[in-house]
Design a protein around this ligand. Sequence first.
Ligand SMILES: N[C@@H](CCC(=O)N[C@@H](CS)C(=O)NCC(=O)O)C(=O)O
Length: 116
Amino acid sequence: MGVGCVSRPSRETQRPSATQVGRRGTLEDMARVTIYTTILCPYCHMAKELLRAKCVAFEEVDVTGKATLRAEMTSKAGGRTTVPQIWIGDQHVGGCDDLMCLERNGKLDPLLCASH
Ligand SMILES: N[C@@H](CCC(=O)N[C@@H](CS)C(=O)NCC(=O)O)C(=O)O
């Protein structure tokens, strides 16, 4: 994290320490991150690894074998059918490549702190 925010803790990751919160802001500063995944998808694992490395909490929707959920994802993602599909707040980021691209260009942290 480089822009003075801490991450919202996900259901599966740890809460940030009090020190982190005190130094960097409050949990409410952070965007809600949602990622639709399937179990065997390497791009999903890479995207989640990046988020975890940045201590960014996320809500994961595992659509493995769930046609209805996958259709919901595709509809929300403007027709994109691949996993992962990632949202930061209400903003659709896209897939793993899109997330990595944001990170490379220094645009991910501002998005994480700006979106709610
Ligand atoms: N460029 C995409 C690639 C995503 C991708 O190809 N995902 C595979 C699973 S690893 C997929 O959804 N394939 C179609 C399918 O499983 O129906 C990204 O970065 O997210």
